[in-house]
Design a protein around this ligand. Structure first.
Ligand code: ATP
Ligand code: MG
Length: 341
C-alpha cells in the first residue's frame, strides 16, 4: 500500500463567538493543521493526494480511483445535517477503501439527538433530552434548570459558550433562538451535568481504549464556566496554550473506569463504529457517567501545533508518537479491507 488520498475540510475563517459567519467552520481544521497532517503522512512513506472535501472532491476521487489504495478521511463535509457522511458515501460509491466509519454511523454521530436515541434504546447511559426549535420552546418543558443548550449537529464546541447553560425559561428561549439563527439547527436541551468530565479514545476493530483523559474544569480561569466551551477550546487551549487542566491518564477508581469502558464498548457496537472515535462523557455529582456525544473523526492535530488535541495526547500517554497514531489508523482500516500493508 503506497498511495493515500487525504480528505479534509479546512477553515477559511477563524472561529469567533461574536461573528456567526465564522462559526460554521469551527469543526474544520486550520490550514497549518492540514499542512502538517499531510507532512506526517508523507513522512510515513506514503504518496499523498490531498483533496479538500468540497463539491469538487467527487471528481478528483473519480479520476484518482485506480491510483488510490486508501483514503485517510478527516473531513467533516459541507452543508446539511448528514455532512459527515458525504465523503464516506462517495467512497462507498467509488469503492475506494477509507479510514473510519461508514455513512450511516457518520450521520448518526453528527446528529447528537439520533445518537442519543440509539443509546437510550440500548440502555447505554446518556441523559434524556428535548430537541427544540424556536417555535417549540413552551411551558411544557418539564426539566429542572440549569439546562445545557447546544446545537444538535455541530462539533468543536461551536455554539457552546458561557451562555449555553440556561437558568430559566427566558434564557432557554433566547439560546434556542440564537442557535437556530446561527446554525439553522434545532437545539439539544438536557440537564447540566456538574461532575467530572472524561474523554475516551478508541482505535481498532475490535477497539482498544487509549488512556482516559480528564478535563478538570476546576483548573480553568474563573472567567470560564466549568465546561469545555468554545472560549476554552479556542482561546484558552489554543491561543494561550493552556492545557494543565487536561489530566492523562485520569485518576479514576477501578469501578468508574469499568463503567466508562463498558459504556464505550457498548456504544461502539450500538452505533456501528469502525477504526477510531472519541467519546465524551460527563458525570453527575455522584460520579455516575453519561455519554455527551461521539466524535468521528475526532480532531487529530499534531502536538507542535495544538498540544491540547485530545486523541493525540491519549496516544502519547500510551507511548505512541503522532505518526504512530496515523499509522495505526491506516493499518486498522487496511486490515478491515484485507489490503496488504
Ligand atoms: N449536558 C451537559 N452538562 C454539562 N456540560 C456539558 C453538557 N453537554 C456538553 N457539555 C460541555 O460542553 C462541552 C462540549 O459539548 P459537546 O462535546 O457535546 O460538543 P462538541 O462541540 O461536539 O464537542 P467536540 O469538541 O468534542 O466536538 C463538553 O465537553 C462539556 O464540557
Ligand atoms: Mg465533545
Amino acid at each position: 500500500m503506497k498511495n493515500i488520498a487525504f480528505l479534509y475540510n479546512v477553515r477559511h475563517h477563524y472561529p469567533d463567538p461574536k461573528d456567526s459567519k465564522t462559526l460554521k467552520e469551527t469543526d474544520f481544521d486550520d490550514p497549518e493543521t492540514t499542512k502538517l497532517q499531510i507532512k506526517y503522512l508523507r513522512k510515513l512513506g506514503y504518496t499523498v493526494f490531498p483533496i479538500e472535501a468540497n463539491e469538487k472532491a467527487y471528481l478528483k476521487l473519480y479520476r484518482l480511483k485506480n491510483k488510490i489504495d486508501l483514503v485517510f478521511n478527516v473531513s467533516e463535509g459541507l452543508h446539511g445535517s448528514d455532512r459527515e457522511a458525504q465523503i464516506p458515501a462517495i467512497l462507498e460509491m467509488l469503492q475506494i477503501p477509507y479510514t473510519g466509519s461508514a455513512p450511516l454511523a457518520q450521520a448518526l454521530m453528527l446528529d447528537k439527538a439520533k445518537a442519543k436515541e440509539i443509546l437510550l434504546e440500548n440502555n447505554i447511559s446518556t441523559l434524556p433530552f428535548y430537541l427544540l426549535g424556536r417555535n417549540d420552546v413552551n411551558s411544557n418543558i418539564s426539566f429542572k434548570y440549569p439546562l445545557m443548550v447546544k446545537p444538535v449537529s455541530e462539533g468543536s464546541s461551536a455554539g457552546i459558550t458561557n451562555k449555553s447553560v440556561v437558568r430559566d425559561f427566558v434564557q432557554l428561549k433566547k439560546q434556542v433562538n440564537y442557535i437556530e439563527k446561527t446554525f439553522g439547527e434545532k437545539s439539544l436541551v438536557e440537564y447540566y451535568l456538574s461532575g467530572r468530565e472524561f474523554s475516551v479514545g478508541m482505535v481498532g476493530n475490535p477497539p482498544r481504549i487509549l488512556p482516559i483523559l480528564e478535563s478538570d474544569h476546576s483548573l480553568l480561569p474563573k472567567k470560564y464556566l466549568p465546561f469545555d466551551s468554545l472560549e476554552v477550546k479556542w482561546f484558552f487551549e489554543i491561543e494561550s496554550k493552556g492545557h494543565d487542566h487536561l489530566k492523562i491518564p485520569a485518576k479514576i477508581s477501578e469501578s468508574l473506569k469499568r463503567k466508562i469502558e463498558k459504556i464505550c464498548y457498548s456504544l461502539w457496537n450500538a452505533i456501528g463504529i469502525r477504526d477510531w472515535c472519541r467519546i465524551d462523557i460527563r458525570c453527575d455529582e455522584n460520579e455516575n457517567p453519561y455519554v455527551l456525544e461521539v466524535n468521528s473523526p475526532p480532531g487529530i492535530t499534531p502536538p507542535e501545533h495544538d498540544p491540547a488535541c485530545y486523541i493525540v495526547r491519549m496516544a502519547q500517554a500510551s507511548g505512541m508518537e503522532y505518526e504512530d497514531l496515523l499509522q495505526e489508523i491506516i493499518y486498522t482500516a487496511a486490515k478491515r479491507y484485507g489490503i496488504k500493508i
